[in-house]
Design a protein around this ligand. Structure first.
Ligand code: GLY
Length: 386
């Protein structure tokens, strides 16, 4: 039986997905004077609420992606002003804390690996310095006396990702963004341009649609095959601990390489601690398992023995949205008015601000800012007829 669809009032722009990427795009588009709606059936439930909130252009830098390092550095540089603006416009905190990050080596092979990483970071001109165990423990006395040394990334900070989501929601609402708690089932396209989106009950028209739904973009119908690159979910299990004393546990962000495995420990102002995170290729699986919990706690405890005294508050899993080349896709598609802001993988919180800025610039001027061009969708799109 055909369901009758209501054609409801249109918008100037529709954003699909209200994680930090979608919200940032919606907020910035709204500030341009556009009537914007953001569609999400469960706002605030996705990857944005699960992460730890490290703003990590240095310690997340990897050997193959110079372009991403440049984007991450730009984003990290803009974060303090971005946080100030967001806090002012939302009247909510973001939990931005200028704390620096330690990357500690647990054994001698971990030390060799991190020394090489530090050289690589320095070769990229990143602010990273090698520290002796004594210097490292002066930066964070809770580190085990057995630590072999490590990297100090003085400019690498944190925000509280859950506060960030809530501040972005509030800023977007204050700027006039309408929130629609519905799933977009299809994108409507006609004569090579986007016409709007469809939910189970209605069709909403808009000349501009931004897909920012993470890996869930693959469930949206109506998109020509090959237009939107595949976004795969990469699972991360992450532990939250509480500290009744209500004081910051370890002042800097602590990453560690422990017998070749990585772990990070991010301490909040209220004493809470986030320990993360696994990286698993298991599709849309959100189960949490004892093995992951054991390994995260074991490795965190090896470098920060005092972590044993904290209370277990939450153990969850989230799905990072990843492209084939692990770089985000931001920009226009071959369908007029249909934009993508997807695939931010391990850097969604860091890149939310610059992504909103780039999408708004594209909507306003017709072109991406030059610093965002390497992330345009063409590099992954297949040849398609629209
Ligand atoms: N950005 C840290 C993570 O994805 O686990």
């Amino acid at each position: 039986m055909l369901r009758r669809l209501d054609r409801v009032k249109g918008y100037d722009a529709i954003v699909v997905g209200s994680g930090v990427i979608g919200l940032s795009c919606a907020w910035r588009l709204s500030e341009l004077g556009r009537r914007v709606a953001v569609f999400d059936p469960s706002p605030g439930q996705g990857a944005s609420a699960v992460g730890a909130g490290m703003l990590a252009p240095v310690t997340e830098a990897s050997w193959h992606d110079r372009t991403l390092v440049d984007l991450n550095i730009r984003a990290a540089r803009e974060w303090p002003a971005f946080a100030r603006e967001l806090e002012e416009k939302s009247s909510r905190p973001t939990g931005f804390r200028a704390c620096g990050t330690i990357y500690a080596a647990f054994d001698s092979s971990d030390k060799t690996a991190l020394e090489e990483m530090c050289e690589f970071q320095n070769s990229l001109g990143l602010d990273a310095s090698w520290c002796s165990p004594t210097r490292l423990r002066a930066l964070e006395p809770l580190l085990t006396p057995g630590v072999r040394g490590g990297i100090w990334a003085a400019g690498e900070h944190q925000i509280d990702n859950r506060l960030f989501v809530s501040a972005l929601e509030q800023a977007a609402i204050a700027a006039g963004v309408r929130r629609v708690e519905k799933s977009v089932t299809a994108v409507e396209i006609g004569a090579g341009v986007v016409r709007g989106v469809r939910t189970v009950h209605e069709v909403c028209s808009a000349p501009l649609v931004v897909l920012a739904a993470g890996h869930a973009v693959g469930r949206i119908d109506g998109l020509p095959k090959g237009l939107v690159p595949e976004i795969r979910p990469v699972k991360g299990q992450i532990l939250r601990l509480a500290n009744r004393k209500g004081v910051v546990f370890a002042s800097p962000n602590i990453r560690a390489l422990v017998n070749g495995s990585t772990v990070y420990v991010v301490s909040r102002d209220d004493g809470g601690v986030v320990v993360g995170a696994t990286q698993e290729e298991k599709g849309e699986d959100l189960t949490v398992d004892a093995g992951a919990l054991y390994r995260l706690l074991r490795d965190a405890q090896r470098v920060l023995p005092g972590i044993e005294e904290l209370e277990v508050a939450e153990f969850t899993a989230g799905l990072r949205p990843a492209t084939r080349d692990h770089l985000p896709v931001i920009g226009a598609t071959a369908v007029g008015g249909l934009l993508l802001a997807l695939g931010h993988f391990r850097n969604g919180i860091l890149l939310a601000g610059v992504t909103g800025e780039a999408v708004a610039a594209l909507a306003e001027s017709g072109s991406l800012p030059p610093w965002c061009e390497p992330f345009a969708p063409e590099r992954l799109a297949e040849k398609i007829a629209v």
